[in-house]
Design a protein around this ligand. Structure first.
Ligand code: AMP
Length: 416
């Protein structure tokens, strides 16, 4: 049975908490963005305040075995600082019995990077030229040792908290498999609770009109959310590189713009489905085009279907964003995933930045605004608007899959 962090009695108990401390580090192994650590602090503090002790576990990067560069040792100082107490460190997540036994209420221990063991993800580490038979045997062997890995982690604690939304779409040892050892003592942390609540609100209980802005490079990677959102939204704004697949499919001239030829039929189907469902579609109509994929390229503004040869669509033109603004300001719920232009290049970030601005304004006007996906989150953060929208999702892939209507293993494991 699922428990709740606010009502669970942690006194004298050891809680093993899966957090997402996968933070970026520079060459000196200094943290360059501690957002993810900060996000987990309320959950960790709550356990300590209620008289529990903490065994904190996470992954960092994608190591293939023990790698100093990916050691969680590098982040201990910051965790201690933010938690307001010295945290201990277990250099091997499979060999922490003594340190765990010595933990007193109010104390915290961080386990070394779980992914130093292939058992965490369950993906064997094989040579590239491994035969199919070797792959099969390694997988079966790893499956067995993964059971021991999970059992060992579980043996450290009395209860389990999952607060790592960013890995909730993975059925890994620490994100899903471990939950079954705590049938009556498993719960979400505050990050997970917040993410689930915000996305569930948009999907199931939004105030209408609801508008989704879906941007980014490819139709193929966003098709799942576009289709699933048709059941919820009144308006859908499509921006970014994926627009040109729609435009070409409708017979427009797109020059050198990004296009997935194999997705053109699907693009037409999406437009047809939108019509059937009564969803109004707003594709970037006028676009900023460039003669090169660079900041100092020559630029012009033209209709999305009249792009000359050797030019490519790079951003939504001001007139397009102004038209979208009207739709957005009339919306009560807005979901944004994906940039509406090549946002990494300053000359083509204007459309995306204006969307961030409009969302801040819409939030002030009373709309519920949810922003997710690496680039859109970067845009609102860089513009200083992260606190001016209703919710910023920290889980890129996890958020996408949740919006697609998929059951995430990390969520299901707590609920079932
Ligand atoms: P995604 O990860 O699918 O959300 O896509 C994000 C990427 O889409 C960013 O790297 C953007 O630069 C890229 N993108 C957005 N608009 C365009 C465009 N018009 N042409 C090429 N790439 C684009």
């Amino acid at each position: 049975m699922q428990q709740y962090i606010d009502t669970y009695d942690f006194a004298g108990k050891k809680a093993i908490v899966r957090v997402d401390f996968n933070v970026p580090l520079n060459e000196k192994m200094e943290i360059t963005d501690d957002t993810r650590i900060r996000a987990a602090i309320p959950t960790l503090k709550k356990v300590l305040e209620k008289g529990g002790s903490l065994i904190i576990m996470s992954h960092l990067g994608r190591p293939k075995g023990v790698t100093e560069k990916f050691s969680l040792r590098h982040i201990l100082g910051r965790v201690s600082e933010l938690l307001g107490t010295t945290v201990k460190f277990a250099e091997d997540c499979m060999n922490a019995d003594e340190q765990v036994a010595a933990l007193k209420p109010g104390e915290a221990l961080v386990l070394e990077n779980l992914r130093f063991y292939a058992e965490e993800t369950g993906k064997p580490r094989l040579a590239e030229d491994a035969t199919d038979e070797e792959k099969k045997a390694a997988k079966a062997e790893l499956k067995e040792s993964q059971k021991k890995f999970v059992a060992k982690l579980a043996s450290y604690a009395d209860c389990y908290i999952n607060d790592a939304f960013g890995t909730a779409h993975r059925a890994h040892a620490s994100t899903a498999l471990i939950a079954k050892y705590f049938p009556n003592d498993k719960m979400f942390g505050y990050v997970m609770e917040g993410e689930i609540k915000a996305i569930d609100h948009v999907l199931h209980t939004p105030e209408h009109p609801v508008t989704a802005i879906v941007g980014g490079a490819k139709v193929s990677s966003k098709i799942g959310i576009i289709e699933h959102l048709f059941d919820t939204v009144d308006n859908m704004i499509i921006g970014g590189g994926m627009v040109y697949t729609f435009v070409k499919a409708q017979g427009g001239k797109i020059g050198n713009s990004l296009c997935e030829d194999d997705q053109m039929d699907l693009a037409l189907e999406i437009l047809k489905k939108a019509e059937e469902k009564g969803v109004k579609m707003y594709l970037s109509k006028e676009v900023v085009i460039a003669d090169d994929f660079s900041n100092d390229a020559n630029t012009k503004i033209c209709l999305n279907s009249e792009i000359p040869d050797n030019w490519e669509g790079m951003d939504a033109a001001p007139s397009t964003v102004t038209a979208w603004e009207e739709v957005l300001m009339a919306s009560k719920t807005i979901l944004w995933n994906g940039p509406v232009g090549v946002f990494e290049i300053p000359a083509f970030a204007k459309g995306t930045n204006r969307i961030a601005e409009i969302l801040a304004k819409a939030t002030e006007n009373g709309a519920f605004t949810l922003v997710g996906g690496g680039d859109s989150v970067a845009a609102v953060t860089q513009m200083g608007f992260a606190k001016k929208v209703s919710y910023v999702s920290t889980g890129g892939g996890a958020m996408l899959e949740y919006l697609e209507g998929k059951e995430l293993p990390g969520i299901a494991a707590i609920r079932e």
